[in-house]
Design a protein around this ligand. Structure first.
Ligand SMILES: NC(=O)c1ccc[n+]([C@@H]2O[C@H](COP(=O)([O-])OP(=O)(O)OC[C@H]3O[C@@H](n4cnc5c(N)ncnc54)[C@H](O)[C@@H]3O)[C@@H](O)[C@H]2O)c1
Length: 265
């Protein structure tokens, strides 16, 4: 669209319509990836899920199919370059294109820095940073060939600030994801690829249950959230749909905090 043009009512009305789009979600077997997969399907997208754990993707794939959309589950290790290339190839073989990438594969640990084995630190960096880079690179090459696309990385409020709980791997990795997001947004604007990051605060999943059942940690997190509750995975779906949609065509390089006001306070 030229800057002097107005959008038609039709275009504005269909801002959030993902029909005809193909989305790929790494970490699609996880809590966040699964919630976003369902949201994408409800808004009309076909969805490919990729995860290291094949069985973990079955519920999300079933949810997509139950909404009349096509689903594909791909076993993939995001740390391995050949595996990531194969993931993108399988999506294109099956659906013919790739419009949206969400990089939701990620891991965390909570070890005080003075006791953090460097191998553990590196493991976090490998999955969260190398894995995000590889998924963006391979999907981006496909999007460049197609003439555009949308990439949503998954950052974290921890990418902005330290935490007393021992997150030197995780915090470093998420700050790197935020930096990579801005770098790719700048480099790939000329290819009409929007690259943004969704940065959640702690949310309820089977893996964070242990943290949230610890009263001191629960109180620590609640004290930082002006909205007054801990998030659930569905709290991020609206932002993911928005960032994947035509409504976000002029939005790139943004780290979107979906955090109940954590970072603002
Ligand atoms: N849970 C939270 O409170 C929280 C807060 C902020 C950010 N995040 C981020 O959100 C994202 C999703 O987190 P979640 O809570 O849904 O976690 P989750 O553990 O439910 O999902 C992550 C998925 O990534 C997959 N995965 C891990 N390593 C992989 C690899 N090498 N290759 C392919 N897949 C791999 C896992 O099998 C899992 O299914 C992560 O990036 C996480 O850092 C989570």
């Amino acid at each position: 669209m030229e800057s002097s043009e107005r959008m038609s009512d039709e275009e504005v009305a269909h801002f959030f319509d993902l029909r005809g789009k193909v989305a790929l979600i790494s970490g699609g077997g996880g809590a966040l990836g699964g919630a976003i997969a369902r949201g994408f399907a409800i808004h009309g997208a076909d969805v490919a899920l990729a995860d290291a754990l094949a069985a973990a993707m079955e519920p999300a794939a079933a949810e997509v199919r139950a909404r009349g959309r096509r689903a594909l589950a791909i076993t993939c290790d995001v740390v391995d370059e050949a595996s990531v290339q194969s993931m993108v190839d399988q999506v294109v073989d099956e659906f013919g294109r790739l419009d949206v990438l969400v990089t939701a594969a990620g891991i965390a640990n909570r070890i005080p820095t003075e006791r953090m084995p460097v191998e553990e630190w590196q493991r976090i960096m490998d999955v969260n940073v190398r894995g995000t880079f590889l998924c963006c690179q391979k999907a981006g090459i496909q999007m460049i060939a197609q003439g555009g696309g949308k990439i949503i990385t998954i950052g974290s409020v921890r990418g902005f600030q330290g935490n007393p709980g021992g997150y030197s791997g995780y915090t470093t990795s998420k700050a790197a994801v935020h930096g990579l997001t801005k770098q790719l947004a700048t480099e790939w604007a000329k290819y009409k690829i929007n690259v943004n990051s969704l940065a959640p605060a702690l949310f309820q999943t089977p893996l964070t249950k242990q943290v949230l059942e610890d009263k001191a940690l629960y109180d620590f997190h609640m004290a930082r959230i002006p909205w007054g509750r801990i998030a659930v995975p569905d709290d991020f779906v609206g932002a993911a749909v928005f960032l994947s949609s035509d409504a976000a065509d002029f939005l790139t390089g943004v780290i979107l905090n979906v955090d109940g006001g954590w970072i603002a306070s």
